[in-house]
Structures are given as structure tokens and as C-alpha cells.
Design a protein around this ligand. Structure first.
Ligand code: GCU
Length: 348
């Protein structure tokens, strides 16, 4: 516990330095910050909210959030905008959740798996094969009739979920051979996100799940600490994992949403009117990100192939069967079970 506090304090100090160096802050237009849209300079407004993101600035969610910031500035007469800090500049996802909790960072985009550590019921929206398609996921994710009180359930821990983005379909990749069946994963150490469910899932799929932050994966595969990972085509191509793990097998086992999180104190400091504008524009951001996600996955597969990757399409049924025990093991509360059932019902 003490160690954890020290690590958080250390991270906060580093972030403070990074933020000062980037020159962002209240009352002053940010200078020299990374413009996620790739243009010159950072947005201007009285309050520039910092958004932590672990992927690069061209990824759909970063583009959609940057554009949301511009519309927010326009519609609030320059009171608020957003600045996206990509590439884990503010820390790996696990750290950025803590920075949002402490108010050091205003918003972060984080994978749903990490929120299981704050309320295990989130697992219902993260289980393997729970969604049939991106459309299915997007239809349920931001529907309050389905999510109920889930998004506000972690307010006692200074966290609020504003909504979820679809972040593609995840499949396994590795450095030694194509995966056709669960047995082919035997003996392979595959990186998973930092969640017990994901570790268990990979074990059930036939390999050994190894939790780790996204930024360390390339070197870990290169040095042989890992044999591979599991992610969507975009991250695979973008982080150049194809160079060290050229066998990408479409197990399509996970579609983990990325959530936009904030703290109630930050969000509720805005007027009711400004909050409503923010939430309205967030709906537009989901749509924009969704379209870009579809495009980027196709382009990324081609880019990875050019870089030497080989894609194969195993029969997914054996994998689906292999992870079935995870459902009973994970859905331990009535809320989680109901949530899972409603998501599945919406698929039918
Ligand atoms: C995807 C996902 C991220 C997640 C990452 C990972 O990129 O969108 O939220 O952090 O995978 O594997 O860590």
C-alpha cells in the first residue's frame, strides 16, 4: 500500500513536470503541446482540459476527442476546450486512472478492463465474444437502458465514466507460428491488459497470459520475455509489433470498450449548460471515432502485411468454447449477470 502511494506520487510529480514543459494550463493557451489532429499548436480556451491517451495522435479516439475540443470551445464561447496528450505522455493507462482520481489529469481514455479493478461489474462488457460486431457493441455501450448505474457506480472512488468508444476487435499474434487452434498457444507467453479476467482468459485459450502496460510490449517480445500479444490490427501495425511477432491469427476474442473517464469534481465544476454541450458533442465524437475505426483497421492490416506480417483465420469455435468457464467465474453479481444478458439480448 505504501509502495503504491509512493509510485502514484512519483508519477504525479513526473506528470507535473511534463505538463509544465508542455505549457498547458488554465487561462493560457497551450504552447508547444501536441496537437492530436497534427496541426500547429494546441487549442485555445480559458480552460484547457487535459485528456490522457496511450495511443498515438492519429488513432480514431484521439482525433475525435480533439475535434470535440474544438466544437466545445466554439459552443462555450471559449470557456473550455480539450488537449489530448497521446503516446502515454501522461503515463500508462493504469497510472492515468489514478491521475484522474487525484484531479491531476482531467480526462483519460482507458480500456474497460482496468475499470474492473474499481467495480468488478464492468467485466460484463469486457468478456470474450460478448459482442457480435462493432455495431452491436456501439448500440449497447452508450445506452443507459442497458448500462444502468454502471457508469456512476465508481463515483465514491472519484471516477465517473462519461461513455464508451468501440476500440476494434482483438486477436492474438506471436513470434513463432500461426495459431489455428487453442493447442497452438501452448507454452506461449502472451501479453494481456492489466486485468485478472484477461490473464485467465488467455490461459483458458491455451497460452499463458502476462499482464503488462502497452508501451513495454515491443521490447518484451523482442527480448524474448514475451512470445506475443493480443490487440486490434491498428495497434499491431502502429506499434510495429509485426516486426517482432509476424503471425497474427484472427481469434477475434475480445472487443474491449475504451471509456472516457473524468472525476465528478472536474465535470461538475462546469455549468449545467456547458456539461450538456459536452455530452451532446460526445455523441458526435462516438460516431466520428466509429467511422475512423472501421477505416483504420483495414488500412492497418495492409500496412502490417507490407511490414511482413502473415494473417490467418482460425476457426473461432474452439476458442469460444475454451473461454466459456470465464462467464460463470466472472459474472458473480446479479447486476453483472443482468448486464451481460441485456447485451446478449440486444444481439438477437
Ligand atoms: C487498445 C485499446 C487501449 C488499450 C490497448 C492495450 O489500443 O484501445 O485502450 O490500452 O489496446 O492493449 O493496452
Amino acid at each position: 500500500m505504501r509502495l503504491k502511494k509512493m509510485v502514484v506520487a512519483g508519477t504525479a510529480a513526473l506528470v507535473a513536470v511534463a505538463l509544465t514543459a508542455c505549457g498547458s494550463g488554465f487561462e493560457a493557451p497551450a504552447e508547444g503541446g501536441t496537437d492530436a489532429a497534427g496541426g500547429a499548436g494546441a487549442p485555445e480556451a480559458e480552460t484547457v482540459f487535459k485528456v490522457a491517451f496511450n495511443q498515438n495522435a492519429d488513432q480514431p479516439e484521439a482525433v475525435a476527442m480533439t475535434n470535440l475540443g474544438e466544437r466545445l470551445a466554439e459552443r462555450t464561447d471559449g470557456r473550455y476546450t480539450l488537449e489530448v496528450f497521446p503516446n502515454e505522455t501522461l503515463g500508462a493507462q493504469k497510472d492515468t486512472v489514478e491521475l484522474v482520481q487525484s484531479g491531476t489529469v482531467d480526462f483519460a481514455l482507458v480500456a474497460g478492463s482496468l475499470l474492473e479493478n474499481f467495480n468488478p461489474d464492468f467485466v460484463a462488457l469486457n468478456l470474450p465474444y460478448v459482442y457480435d460486431s462493432q455495431e452491436h457493441q456501439e448500440a449497447v455501450l452508450n445506452d443507459p437502458e442497458i448500462t444502468g448505474d454502471l457508469f456512476s457506480s465508481i463515483e465514491d472512488q472519484n471516477l465517473r465514466v462519461l461513455g464508451g468508444f468501440s476500440a476494434g476487435v482483438r486477436s492474438v499474434y506471436n513470434s513463432s507460428h500461426p495459431i489455428e487452434k487453442p493447442e497452438d498457444l501452448d507454452g506461449l507467453k502472451i501479453r494481456v491488459m492489466e486485468s485478472d479476467t484477461n490473464t485467465r482468459m488467455l490461459d483458458l485459450m491455451g497460452g499463458t497470459g502476462t499482464p503488462m502496460g502497452q508501451g513495454e510490449v515491443y521490447t518484451a517480445i523482442q527480448s524474448g520475455v514475451l512470445d506475443g500479444g493480443e490487440n486490434n490490427e491498428s495497434i499491431y501495425a502502429n506499434l510495429k509489433h509485426a516486426e517482432v511477432a509476424p503471425y497474427y491469427s484472427y481469434t477475434k476474442h475480445l472487443m474491449i470498450p475504451d471509456y472516457l473517464i473524468t472525476s465528478p469534481a472536474v465535470f461538475d465544476a462546469m455549468s449545467e449548460e456547458d456539461r450538456a454541450v459536452f455530452l451532446e458533442e460526445l455523441q458526435v465524437a462516438y460516431e466520428e471515432s466509429s467511422e475512423l475505426t472501421t477505416e483504420i483497421m483495414t488500412e492497418s492490416q495492409a500496412a502490417a502485411e507490407e511490414a511482413g506480417a502473415q494473417f490467418n483465420e482460425p476457426d473461432i469455435e474452439p476458442f469460444r468454447k475454451a473461454v466459456e468457464p470465464l462467464l460463470d467465474e466472472s459474472l458473480t453479481t446479479d447486476t453483472a449477470k443482468d448486464l451481460y444478458d441485456s447485451v446478449r439480448a440486444a444481439a438477437e
